[in-house]
Design a protein around this ligand. Sequence first.
Ligand code: A2P
Length: 330
Amino acid sequence: MKYRVAIVGATGAVGQELLQVLAQRKFPIRSLRLLASERSAGKTLAFEGEQVSVETLRPDSFEGIDIAFFSAGGARSQQYAPLAVQAGAVVIDNSSAFRMHPDVPLVIPEINPDAVRGHRGVIANPNCSTIIMLMALEPLRRLARIRRIVVSTYQAASGAGAQAMQELLDATRAYLQGEPFEPRVLPHPYAFNLFSHNSAIGEDGYNEEERKMILETRKIWDDSAIAVSPTCVRVPVLRAHTESIVAELETRPPLATIVDAYRRFPGVALVDDVARNHFPMPLEATGRDEVLVGRIRYDAGTPNGVALLACGDQLRKGAALNAVQIAELL
Ligand code: A2P
């Protein structure tokens, strides 16, 4: 069977990556409809050697579509995903619009594939930092229950979209040329700088990105007791997020068993060369499907604690790849 596929936000950073992942994985496509804002009308995008026209997103864009990938921000998902479902499509949504809705499965195929079964038209793709963290912890979680996670992120520009990636390049160029640069997308100077994640801070002192990591972890693991302590930071890297993670386990398996579990787990690649001080890095995670994991050690400050460093391509496993894997599950 071949599917009629639509991509909402096809011109964006995740949309572009979706095109690549669909082609690389030879997703069975009968027809492809590329949707974006009016600004993109008239543009064409390459798919498998052919130029496909970008159409303006409209309420009737989903007639005859089987699978619609949404990656154009929460407002577009809120407005158009119900219309796509009405038209008979299954929506795989990259925004946070429906993630915590009880009727909407929140799925990482390596972790909770069975959750897709209960869908009612919309399946949510988790937040990129959540996906990378939970992929990096899944081999451990299969060895012992995880009680608590302390995580600090080093997040790339790509999570804020294609314009933020361009801003990092432009700001860096201006800095090196000694020219002034006024930030357009992000709230602070981005070249040779880092800052607390650019999402709003709530009354509890956590920003939205951190709250997503807390709530989505509970939902994906189906564990309302899991304690997550996140701090999210934006760093001047183009497209792979790094995370420093400490997990407190109920029991402490031998280190060799832990490392072996990482070696075997699909979707994770062990990069843990102590002799060469070679561990997960964004430049090496870029373009890769696997989440890289290394620096695996017993944590010095936590009973039954394991510490590690993880790095995953935010646009691939953090977004487009995970979404296409969900479509493959269907
Ligand atoms: P466009 O390129 O026409 O603005 P990113 O996350 O990289 O910023 O990409 C956002 C994606 O969402 C782009 O494809 C963008 O299209 C699309 N988008 C933004 N606003 C709208 C809108 N009002 N209607 C349809 N698509 C939109």
